[in-house]
Ligand binder design. Sequence first.
Ligand code: NAD
Length: 495
Amino acid sequence: MTTVNEATKPTTLPEGTPTELYINGQWGPAAGNRSLPNINPATEELLADIAFGGPADIDAAVKAARAQLSGEWAALPGAARGVILNRIADLIEEHAEVLAQLEALDIGKPVGQPQMLDVPNAVATFRHFAGWADKITGATIPTSGYMGRPTHSYTVREPIGVIGAIVPWNTPLMIAAWKLAPALAAGNTLVVKPSEDAPLSILYLGKLLAQSGLPDGVVNIVPGDGAVTGNALVEHPGVDKISFTGSPVVGRLIQQKAAETFKRVVLELGGKSPQIILPDADIEAAVAGCAMGLFFNQGEVCAAGTRIFVHRSRYDEVVAALAGAAEAQVLGDPFDPATTLGALVSEKQRNTVLGYIEKGKSEGAHVAAGGVGVDGPGYFVRPTIFSNATNDMTIAQEEIFGPVGVVIAYDDVSEAIRLANETQYGLAATIWTRDVAQAHTLAGQVRAGAVWINGWAAIDPALPWGGMKTSGIGRELGWAGILANTEEKVVTVVL
Ligand code: NAD
C-alpha cells in the first residue's frame, strides 16, 4: 500500500475567501444563520463553515435576479456585456493561483491540474462568450404573405430570464463558467447553487464578479445542499430555466419538478465513456491517453474514459501498460508537486468507489492494479485497473466516479462499436487509430455527444458540450450555448 505524503501547504482557507451568501451584490449569512462544515478531503480537517441557504435566501436571490431583467443590466447593449465578460476573464486570470489552491483544498485534486485546466478554461470560456455578446443575431425569413398581402418577418433572440445554475463538486469553477458566461453574454441573470462538497471557488468567483462592473443582482450565489437549497431553486416560480450538471438521479428529479412551472432545462449528466483502441493504434499514445482519461481529477470526471476496448491482439500489452501507469501514480498531498492523484472528494465518495471495486472482484473481474483504499487521513483510493472484464459487469455499466478502469477485449471492430454503445450513457468516446477512414466511420457510429480521435477530452469553449441518452439533454458552450440561453421570437409586419 502506498503511503500518503506529508501535508505541506496550504491547509487553511486562503485569506479573503468568502463563506457567506452573495445576494444582490451583498455578502451575508443565511436566514437563521445556518451553515454547513466544509472539509479538506486530503486531511479530513475543517476548512470553514459555509452559509447554508434556505428557501428564503433563494427567494431573495431570485427577486434580485428578476429585478435586473428590467434594470440596469437589461439596458446594457451586447458590446457592454462583452466588456464585462472580458473583465471577469481578466480578474480570474489575476487570481488564478488562489482559485487553483481553492479547488485543490476543497476537492483534493493536485493543484497543478486546476492550474492547467480548470482556471485557464474558465478564463477562455468568459473570453469566448465576451465575443458572442454583440453577435447574437436573428434572421429575416421570406414567407408566402398574409391574406394576399406581403409581409416582412424576422427573428430576434432574447434572454430566457432568470437561470438557476446548479453545479457539481468535481470541477466547480469551470462548470460555473460554462453556465455563467453564455447566459450573461445573452443577457440573462442567474442564481448559482454550488455543491455542498465544493463551494469555495464559486464563492471566490463571486468576489471577482463584484469587482467586474456586473450590476448587483445579475449573479447571486447561494451555497447549500441539494434537498433544501437546490430544490428551492428548482421549485421557485420566478426561475425560467435550470441549468444542471450532476448525476442522472438528480437530473431526472429536476426535470420532473421543472415541468410543474414549465422551466427550460439543460441537463449535463454522467457518463461511462468508451475508449476504443484499434490494432493499428500508436499504443504508447493510447495508453498515456487512457491513463489520463482514467486518473485525471482522480477519475471524478463526467467524461472519464472508463471502458477501454482493446483488440485481442494488443490486449495483454495494453493491460500491462495501463497497470504500470496505475502503479506509477503518486498519491498524496495535493500541494506536493510530485503528487499525480489526490484524494476523493468525501468519505461517501471514497466508500462508493471502494464498493464498486469490491463488486468488480465479486463479479469475477481480475484486479490488474490497485483494488484497495489507503489508510487515512484523507479519502484516498489506489488507482485500479480491472482486466478480464465483460461489458455486462456492474463496473462496466455504472458510473463509478473514481480512478477505476475496466479493460475489455474485442475481436472485430463491429463488436467494439456494439459494446461501446451498449450502455445507458452517451457523453463522450475516444478512438485510437492511425486509419483516418476508420476513425471517421467509427465517429459516426458511436452514440455520444463528443467523439475524440487520438486524444482524450479535447474540449474547448467554442465546441458544443452535452450528452446523448442518460448523459443529458441540451448543449452548453459554443453557439449552442447561446441558443440554449435565448428564446427565439418571430416578428411579422403585414405590409
Ligand atoms: P449530484 O447530482 O449529487 O449533485 C449535483 C448538484 O445538484 C449539487 O449542487 C447538489 O447539491 C445538487 N442537488 C442534489 N440534489 C438536488 C435536488 N433534489 N434538487 C436540486 N439540486 C440538487 O452530483 P455530484 O455528485 O455533485 O456530481 C457528480 C455527477 O455529476 C456525476 O454523475 C458526473 O458525471 C456529473 N457531471 C457531469 C458533467 C457533464 O458535463 N455532463 C460534468 C461534471 C459532473
